[in-house]
Design a protein around this ligand. Structure first.
Ligand code: SF4
Ligand code: SF4
Length: 348
């Protein structure tokens, strides 16, 4: 018995440790911007929900260790490439930021200035991934574009935006060297990818427009059984309870993304909200209607509050009514606006 607990306890402790480390490194759950790694996702709604921090994706500790393996292997592969003579820079903590717009940007794994066999003098974006045996075979058989569209779009965006770098002046790079490491048997796959300008533009423009889209865009399918939805971390929101539980500025109806890269609040005189504050929001938070499954009652709206029916009760959410957290917790106290208008059920 003691042995069984030992096994479980050690794993749990390691999971917790790695999760904290990975979150400190990437803050994956609440990113300020839309990363190039996300913009190739097939579903507009998925991208929008991620940018709005509307769903807390429960990622098991084991998966954080897979992320960590990716970082470790990237460092190892970069060392090999340098040791065989490739001039690879801007790796690890020195990664560059390439920017399409204030909200849409990426960090390539590195820049190879020379030495790629067959194209020794050309500069390449470097991207490094790890794969299990099955996925690795997919890369070998079908190439990056057909096997992993999201990665293909990611490197297209990196190439397209390579001349818009925060840290240094660079000419546009129109080649990528894509490395894949097989975690099962140590095989390595390499592919050179050319810039497809029209494709990169299409996905970058789409990502930028999703940043400014005020309401939930359509998803890939309305069918809960659709296989891509069944594998998606947003399934519960789209096909289950259809109700966000995330109270933060990004899910608040008073907030909006500005073209200058600030996130602003209409309630607080359109002031820019500091990033750390956005993660918590304030007591005046009011859910965007498309993020909750409560029926709307527009006649109860005030300038910064919205009327809903929640569990059969008329409720005002926001500054002039109930806080979002209280509604989610079932602690609805304010129905005064409603009694006269609707004779609604009074809260005891
Ligand atoms: S569950 Fe389906 S519709 Fe919802 S975000 Fe995922 S892919 Fe899109
Ligand atoms: S009302 Fe509060 S939660 Fe909503 S955007 Fe403004 S500061 Fe954030």
């Amino acid at each position: 018995m003691a042995e069984l607990n030992l096994n479980k306890d050690i794993q749990l402790k390691i999971d917790k440790l790695v999760k904290a480390r990975e979150l400190a490194l990437t803050d994956e759950n609440k990113r300020e911007y839309l990363g190039f790694s996300l913009i190739g996702h097939e579903c507009d709604r998925f991208i929008w929900l991620k940018f709005r921090w509307a769903v807390n994706e429960e990622i098991p500790g084991r998966v954080y260790r897979i992320f960590e393996t990716g970082h470790i292997e990237e460092e190892r592969m970069s060392k090999y490439l340098k040791d065989i003579g490739l001039d690879l820079k801007h790796i690890g903590e020195e990664q560059l930021t390439l920017r399409y717009s204030p909200w849409v940007l990426g960090h390539p794994d590195g820049i190879i200035f020379s030495g790629v066999p067959g194209a020794e003098k050309s500069t390449h974006i470097w991207e490094c991934k790890t794969a299990n045996n099955r996925s690795f075979t997919g890369y070998e058989k079908h190439g990056v574009q057909n096997h992993k569209q999201e990665y293909y779009i990611q490197v297209q965006a990196n190439m397209y935006c390579s001349n818009k770098c925060d840290e240094q002046k660079m000419a546009k790079i129109n080649r990528c060297c894509f490395t894949v490491k097989n975690k099962n048997d140590e095989s390595i796959y390499h592919e050179r990818i050319k810039l497809d300008k029209a494709l990169a533009e299409r996905f970058l423009e789409r990502a930028d427009s999703l940043v400014y889209a005020d309401e939930l865009p359509p998803g890939l399918s309305d069918k809960p059984t659709y296989f891509k939805c069944k594998m998606c971390s947003m399934w519960e929101f789209c096909h289950g309870n259809k109700c966000s539980k995330e109270v933060n500025c990004r899910t608040c109806n008073n907030s909006y993304a500005e073209k200058d890269g600030t996130y602003r609040c209409a309630l607080y005189k359109n002031k820019a909200i500091p990033f750390d504050f956005q993660k918590k929001g304030c007591d005046n938070h009011v859910f965007k209607p498309s993020l909750v499954n409560w029926a709307r009652v527009p006649s109860l709206d005030t300038e910064f509050s919205l009327g809903y029916i929640v569990e059969g009760k008329y409720v005002v959410n926001g500054k002039d009514g109930n806080s979002s957290l209280n509604i989610l917790d079932g602690k609805i106290t304010k129905v005064d606006l409603i009694k006269d208008t609707f004779g609604a059920v009074e809260i005891e």
